[in-house]
Ligand binder design. Structure first.
Ligand SMILES: O=P(O)(O)OP(=O)(O)OP(=O)(O)OC[C@H]1O[C@@H](n2cnc3c(O)ncnc32)[C@H](O)[C@@H]1O
Ligand SMILES: [Mg+2]
Length: 242
């Protein structure tokens, strides 16, 4: 983490020394809450399970907003655009996840368009009927924005696997047709803990947590400098009980 407004260039900038804080300022730190923004309750649950109580150096609050999503083939760009919107909607630091499922035999499609495939009820395993190559990978792009107007940072986690006929009753989305490499079970046949131990999402969140744990004071400064009066999208927002 580096000085506000330039954090994307982290590697090239000297680290800022933070002055000693008065008690009232320390209290102010407690106001910095990072919002995890998603419209998907199942994704939300996994993120809570993966990060647990102490996964990040600042409190994380889940907020249910179904953000508009950029249509774009590069998932990192989609996640970054989503994080920008999320930070604007919350008026403060925000984290989002954008997930792709890429089938290698058909050039990585549907990739980030997987949500629309799911909604159209296309049976994913049938897409590969004419292909020997059933391999696929799931990718989670987790983007963090310290506040409105900031350049988000994106962390990517990948889980390789195979597309199979649907098996298993737990999980969500395409979990029943994705069998991760090295496992005899699909994600939907595994326990939540087993999925979280190897999933695309947990890999991306581990990178995020590793990045944010560096210097808590600097992270607080960064978030406070971007903080503005909250601009809530009143008609689309409701809080989730945490
Ligand atoms: O509000 P957001 O966070 O965007 O939630 P979403 O459901 O729109 O999620 P995505 O835009 O990332 O779309 C990914 C699609 O893949 C599904 N999905 C995401 N993560 C998954 C996972 O770990 N296992 C199975 N399906 C998943 C999800 O239900 C969507 O249909
Ligand atoms: Mg989405």
């Amino acid at each position: 983490l580096v000085s506000p407004r330039t954090h994307a260039a982290a590697a090239t900038l000297p680290r800022r020394r933070r002055p000693a804080r008065a008690t009232s300022e320390d209290d102010h730190d407690e106001c910095v809450i990072i919002k995890f923004v998603t419209g998907n309750a199942m994704k939300l649950r996994e993120v809570e399970e993966i990060l647990g109580m102490n996964g990040l150096p600042l409190p994380l609050e889940m907020i249910d907003i179904d953000l508009d999503e950029l249509q774009e083939s590069q998932p990192e760009k989609i996640a970054a655009a989503k994080a920008r919107l999320a930070a604007e909607a919350c008026g403060g630091p925000a984290i989002v996840d954008d997930t792709s499922l890429c089938l290698n035999a058909i050039g990585g499609m549907p990739g980030p368009y997987i949500k629309w495939f799911q909604q159209s009820k296309v049976e994913l395993h049938r897409l590969l009927t004419d292909y020997d190559d059933k391999s696929a990978f799931a990718q989670s792009c987790i983007a963090f924005s310290p506040g409105p107007g900031a350049v988000p940072l994106v962390f990517s986690g990948v889980c390789n696997g195979t597309i199979v006929s649907p098996r298993g009753g737990s999980g969500f989305g395409w979990d029943a047709v994705f069998q991760p490499e090295g496992s005899a079970e699909t994600f939907a046949e595994m326990s939540g803990e087993a999925k979280n131990a190897i999933s695309h999402r947990s890999r991306a969140l581990a990178l995020l947590a590793q990045h944010l744990k560096g210097d808590r004071d600097l992270l607080v400064d960064l978030c406070l400098e971007y903080a503005t009066d909250p601009v809530f999208l009143e008609d689309r927002v409701h809080y989730r009980e945490t």
